[in-house]
Structure formats: structure tokens, C-alpha cells
Design a protein around this ligand. Structure first.
Ligand code: AMP
Length: 493
């Protein structure tokens, strides 16, 4: 479950080239499918051939777009973004797609998932840094500066070869879309083909599914994929050193997202999570009456645990699926509501039972603590908490807002101290090698830095930069409620 006090989600991107189609509508559907990757703001940029139009708004996709707004975005080539800020403040100014204009007057829009680790060096002179609110705005600015020399593909390859960190980006000009992934491929990006011709690039295959597109493959780490009137072509800007984020399998991705496996086959995230649960049952059996998932991210794993252990599976917690990031935070006097806002125990299932509770991860420990208390109040006799990831001990510098090292409960306490803090009768985490095995990717092709501190990409020197990026200080405290500037920007090419 997404916790009010837990770590933060990241972003979702899509790019569509669909000759003759209303692409804004296709981007809208794709963003709807990617909503779980970011609920702070949503945006779409389209090209109608002669100019780009960008529309972005705070809130969910359904709040940001309606019929009228989509109708104001004509064109058959476009990109879209859903945002959860991990760099820069949560404000309209930082919503994506970022937009900028090249010297020739051509427009560039860019949407980005991830975090750069060399923003300062990349920004170069202070003047450019100050003009750019986020990593994404900086990338768009750099693209625009180089666009006139060799077009979007060359500019993207050029900028990507200088950018460091984790990024999956899509960009749009009047006549092309591109998608690119950092050489480690930390964040996901896939490419698919639309039934009537045309292409889609997206963070997860679920965005392809909703458009009826079929998956071609993932964009390779270090690759730029370009779609223009000549069709689709590919170019390398760096050799691949895959280090795909293991936490995508644990929590971030939708269960119906499909990932490639080492043997050339594919695996859904749901199937991987089921394997996580099976492995957990083997590693950490419990004497219990019921296996109860913490919905939604613990659901598939709990089914796997139940299957492997023979203990019956039971839905003991009901989730209100409409509580998301834009949900109004409780006032201090209502703070104790905490996890209750999202989850409600089914007393008739839980009372008097010895439970195995399966959750995906413990970040700060607050969610588990409240959950244990809630289940006890509902009459649980014993609670054996089983977690489908290893302890999170290190912050993420690559686009997942995972709290600072001091807030990470796994970085300071022993397992038994964590157990006592959250109030479980027993607590077990999944060993890292079993997580790796369940992904069906080679261990050296995964980023497991949040578990073992082995960062595949050099991280900023100053630990405080972990979450407070260079840009956070430059764009202080714009609140979500700030009045939004006009919604549509244009560029004349
Ligand atoms: P807590 O331990 O209180 O920080 O909350 C941990 C819970 O938050 C986990 O059970 C996850 O379901 C959820 N979670 C994990 N990672 C993230 C993330 N990056 N963004 C939002 N929620 C997360």
C-alpha cells in the first residue's frame, strides 16, 4: 500500500506516434494506466506539425484533463507524464512535460522518470541552473540548445551521454518523438506497436495494453529510440550496464506490467510477486491460521505464501482505493487515523486468528506499526509479519523517494528491534538472493542499492543531497494550492 508517511513513488512517462489519431486521447488513456507511478500532477504535450501544445495540471489524470482540454490538444504525436516529485518542489511549475524553445523557434517537450546525479555539472553555469526548476527542465533546456545542430535524435544522444543518474525519458518536437534510457536502465521503458500502425513508448506495458498496442521490447539501457515520418529507428549513446531497479518488482510497478526475463521470456510483476511470497514461505514459515495480504502490493505475494505454506489465504484488510496522493492529509488532531484512512480490518475474518501478514516492504516502519495495532484491536491472536523484500537500509538516489538514512528503520535497528517497534509477534524479511531469483534477472543486472548499499551509478558526494536535490533549494515552498498559471503553452516553429 502507499503510505501517507512512507516513502514516495516516482513518475510515469508515455510517448505516442499514431498517424491520423487524436494522440492526446491516447496519451490520456496511457497516463490513466500509469497513474500509480505519480499522482501529484499530470501533463500531455502534442505536436500538430507546426507547433507544440503543452497542458499540465496538478492532481490526478482525471482531474487534470477533461473532454474540452483534450480537444484543445490536436495532433497525432505526443508525450505524457504523471509526476511524483523526487526532485524539485511539488508545484505547477515543476509539473511535466517540461517545455522549451530552441534558437530556431522549434519547441521541445520532455517528460522524465528518474533522478540525475550530476545536475550541477550538467547545468554548467549558474545562470542555466537557476532557469531550470527540475532535472527535467534542465534536460529539456539542454536538448533545445542542441536541437538545431542535428535534430532530436542526435541532441538526445548527446545530452544522454553527458547525463548521469537514472532516467527514462521521452521527448517531442514538431516532427519526432524519442525515448531514451540511461546506460544502467534503472527505470523501466518499453516500446510497442499500435494495431493501426504507429508506436508507443511507456514506463510500463500496462500503458500499451490499454491502447491495444503489442510489446516489441524494452528500450535497451543506453539506447535512444526515435519515431518520425521514416518510422522507428534506434541508436546507442552508451554501452549497456543493466542495473534495473529491484524495487519495481517489490512495490513500484503494477502487477500486470510485464518484464523481460534472462532466458528471453517475460514475466509479469504479479508472477514475480507470487514467487516472492513462495520464497518467503520457504525461508520464514509460521505456525498460523490465515495468510492475510496488505493490499495491493502484498496481494500476489500473500497468494504465493499461502500456496507454498498450505495456510489458507484470506482477505482480512479492505483498502479504500480512492485514497491517493491528492487525498487531503489529516489535521494534527486526526493524525491517529493514519493507516485507517486507507485500510479497514475485517473483524469477522481476523478475530481470534493467528495471522501471517504479508507486506511488500518496511520503509520507516510507521505503516506496519499502525497496521499491527489495528489488527490487534480487531482481535488478531498472533501476527507474524512477512516482508517480500530485504530490509531497506540505504536511500535511493535514482528516482524513488525513500526517506533519509536516519528515517529508514532498517538502517538503524536489528530485525528484532524492528519487530518490537512495529509490534509483531514475529518478523521476517526475504533474503536478497531470493528476491533476485524471483525477478528472473541476473543479480548483477539489478540495482539493489536500497538493500545492500551497492550503488551502480556514482551518487552525489553530499548525503544530504539524497533527497534535497540542488533544485529544491532554488524553488522554495510553492504549495499545491497555489493558483495555476495559464494551462496551455505554445511554440511557433
Ligand atoms: P513506512 O514503513 O511507514 O514508511 O511505509 C511502508 C509502506 O509504504 C510499504 O508497505 C509500501 O507499501 C509503501 N511504500 C514503499 N515504498 C514506497 C514508495 N516509494 N512510495 C510510496 N509508498 C511506498
Amino acid at each position: 500500500m502507499a503510505a501517507t508517511t512512507g516513502a514516495r513513488d516516482e513518475c510515469g512517462v508515455v510517448a505516442v506516434s499514431a498517424p491520423g489519431e487524436e494522440v492526446a486521447r491516447l496519451c490520456y488513456y496511457a497516463l490513466y494506466a500509469l497513474q500509480h507511478r505519480g499522482q501529484e500532477s499530470a501533463g500531455i504535450a502534442v505536436s500538430e506539425g507546426a507547433r507544440l501544445l503543452v497542458s499540465r495540471e496538478m492532481g490526478l489524470v482525471s482531474q487534470a484533463f477533461d473532454e474540452a482540454r483534450l480537444a484543445g490538444l490536436p495532433g497525432d504525436r505526443g508525450i505524457g507524464h504523471v509526476r511524483y516529485s523526487t526532485s524539485g518542489t511539488s508545484s505547477w511549475d515543476n509539473a511535466q512535460p517540461a517545455f522549451t524553445v530552441a534558437g530556431s523557434g522549434a519547441g521541445v517537450a520532455l517528460a522524465h522518470n528518474g533522478n540525475l546525479t550530476n545536475t550541477e555539472a550538467l547545468a554548467g553555469s549558474g545562470g542555466r541552473t537557476r532557469a531550470c526548476g527540475t532535472d527535467s527542465q534542465l534536460l529539456a533546456t539542454l536538448l533545445a540548445e542542441r536541437l538545431d545542430e542535428g535534430g532530436l535524435e542526435a541532441a538526445t544522444a548527446d545530452v544522454c551521454s553527458e547525463a548521469m543518474g537514472a532516467y527514462s525519458l521521452v521527448a517531442l518536437t514538431e516532427d519526432a518523438i524519442v525515448g531514451a534510457r540511461d546506460p544502467h536502465g534503472v527505470r523501466p521503458l518499453v516500446v510497442g506497436r499500435l494495431p493501426a500502425g504507429g508506436y508507443v513508448l511507456a514506463s510500463e506495458t500496462v500503458a500499451l495494453d490499454i491502447l491495444g498496442a503489442h510489446l516489441i521490447r524494452e528500450v535497451a539501457p543506453g539506447e535512444v529510440v526515435t519515431v518520425d515520418r521514416h518510422g522507428l529507428r534506434t541508436r546507442r549513446f552508451a554501452s549497456a550496464h543493466p542495473a534495473f531497479c529491484a524495487f519495481e518488482y517489490v512495490y513500484l510497478a503494477r502487477p500486470d506490467h510485464v518484464e523481460p526475463a534472462a532466458d528471453g521470456s517475460t514475466t509479469s510483476v504479479a508472477a514475480a510477486r507470487r514467487r516472492l511470497g513462495q520464497a518467503l514461505a520457504e525461508e520464514a514459515p509460521a505456525d498460523a491460521d490465515l495468510v492475510v495480504p496488505v493490499p495491493d502490493s502484498g496481494t500476489a505475494a500473500a497468494a504465493g505464501y499461502a500456496q507454498a505454506s498450505g495456510i489458507p489465504y484470506a482477505e482480512g484488510l479492505v483498502k479504500n482505493r480512492y485514497v491517493g496522493r491528492t487525498f487531503i492529509e489529516p489535521s494534527p488532531s486526526l493524525r491517529q487515523l493514519g493507516v485507517r484512512l486507507k485500510l479497514n480490518p475485517l473483524r469477522d475474518v481476523i478475530a481470534g486468528q493467528r495471522l501471517v501478514v504479508v507486506d511488500d516492504s518496511i520503509v520507516r516502519g510507521n505503516t506496519s506499526r499502525q497496521l499491527m495495532a489495528m489488527l490487534r484491536e480487531a482481535g488478531a491472536r498472533e501476527i507474524h509479519l512477512r516482508v517480500t523484500s530485504p530490509p531497506i537500509r540505504h536511500p535511493c538516489f535514482y528516482g524513488v523517494d525513500m526517506a533519509t538514512p536516519t528515517e529508514l528503520i532498517g538502517s538503524g535497528l536489528t530485525i528484532d528491534e524492528i519487530r518490537a517497534f512495529v509490534g509483531a509477534d514475529s518478523l521476517a524479511y526475504l533474503p536478497q538472493e531470493r528476491l533476485v531469483e524471483a525477478t528472473r534477472r541476473p543479480g548483477d543486472a539489478l540495482c539493489t542499492a536500497c538493500f545492500d548499499g551497492r550503488y551502480p551509478i556514482p551518487i552525489p558526494d553530499e548525503p544530504a543531497l539524497a533527497q534535497a536535490s540542488l533544485f529544491t533549494d532554488l524553488s522554495p515552498g510553492t504549495s499545491v494550492a497555489a493558483p495555476a498559471p495559464p494551462h496551455v503553452e505554445g511554440s511557433d516553429a
